[in-house]
Design a protein around this ligand. Structure first.
Ligand SMILES: [Zn+2]
Length: 358
């Protein structure tokens, strides 16, 4: 048997819709792919620019790490039945102490693999075969489309966990959870908007920052969430920072300058989370006063990537419960067929999240 798959050659630009072998793997769950999301990482791999890209076997890698599918067959006692909607996890454990505990998101030696990125074929194909421990169940089949956003949302759930852990070092912070906390989110991509919704749902006041005006789609989502919006190119910070002090800052784009801005404006005991990597980092000079700000304010800077199984589960729960409440389906701005590979080339105008339907 064969199936269609979008494949890439690491280090080379471009992708191909190819026929690859569909080899049934007995003993594990067979999943028919429904949708795969496209993110900046996919586009870097497509451009041949993501140095960490490596194949699972042979010369090519199946692209795609944001996916949702439906179970077509499952071994008895696997806990999965025909028709179950599932989300596959991206990162697979290596052999370090954290990987062995199911926290490969905190891998200590880097010997993990990631589907569609490094050392494991991804999900931009008609079927994939998966061990049950790497599949997350979606409750309502009608939520399959919105739960395509599970993979990006699980990153936010880990950020929330990290903030809750860090905040314990000061006596009063987060004693009532996120309630009433001011969270400034830099970036209006899918991750930024999902972060806004997750933190709003946790009780925080949200201010979203970008260097340009919000697009129509972004405006719809921002007002659905009930967040404020700040255009840092044209607007003055002073009043906004007075009314909504920056207690927590999330960099969801990976522009280095954001750190410098955020550390200056951060409140005492504040927390900055750096999530985005934005491709190759630019060199940047850090003003020594930024370090003084950090010390004087008890500031914490938290780098954060990936998430564990529990974060995927929290993400599914959140997306199912909050899709209608916050208009999250507006984040998916375009559906494409697998033969339309041009969508992988660059982010389209007005795009937030593009999805390939299988
Ligand atoms: Zn590890």
């Amino acid at each position: 048997m064969i199936m269609k798959a979008i494949i890439v050659t690491p280090g080379k630009a471009g992708a191909t819709l190819a026929d690859i072998p569909d080899t049934p793997d007995t003993g594990i769950v067979k999943v028919r792919t429904l949708h795969t999301g496209i993110c900046g990482t996919d586009r870097e791999i497509y451009a041949g620019k993501l140095g960490i890209t490596r194949v699972e076997k042979g010369q090519t890698l199946v692209l795609g790490h944001e996916a949702i599918g439906v179970v077509e067959s499952a071994p008895s006692k696997s806990g999965f039945e025909l028709g179950q909607i599932v989300v596959p996890m991206v990162r697979r454990p290596g052999g370090c102490v954290n990987c062995l505990k199911g926290r490969q998101d905190y891998c200590t030696d880097g010997n993990f693999t990631e589907a569609g990125i490094r050392g494991k074929d991804g999900f931009m194909r008609e079927h994939f075969y998966e061990r049950p421990e790497f599949l997350i169940k979606v409750g309502d089949p009608s939520n399959a489309s919105i739960c395509t956003l599970t993979e990006p949302t699980k990153n936010i759930m880990k950020i929330l966990e990290a903030i809750n852990l860090v905040a314990k070092r000061s006596l009063s912070d987060l004693s009532n959870g996120m309630a009433g906390k001011n969270v400034w989110i830099f970036g209006t991509g899918a991750e930024g908007l999902l972060a806004a919704a997750v933190f709003k749902d946790a009780g925080a006041n949200i201010m979203i920052v970008n260097r340009r005006p919000a697009s129509n789609a972004e405006r719809t989502i921002i007002s659905g969430i009930g967040a404020g919006f700040f255009n840092s190119s044209t607007d003055d910070w002073t009043a906004a920072l007075k009314s909504t002090p920056m207690e927590i800052a999330l960099d969801m784009v990976g522009v280095p300058e954001i750190f410098e801005v955020a550390i200056k404006e951060l409140s005492r005991n504040g927390i900055i989370v750096l999530f985005g990597t934005g491709g190759q980092g630019k060199s940047m000079q850090l003003d020594g006063s930024a370090i003084i700000h950090m010390v004087d304010k008890n500031a914490t800077v938290v780098g954060c990537e990936d998430g564990a199984r529990k974060h995927y589960e929290e993400a599914v729960e959140f997306l199912e419960r909050c899709n209608a409440k916050y208009g999250l389906s507006n984040i998916i701005t375009g559906h494409y067929t697998s033969s339309n590979l041009s969508v992988l080339e660059k982010k389209g105008g007005g795009e937030i999240k593009s999805v390939i339907d299988w």
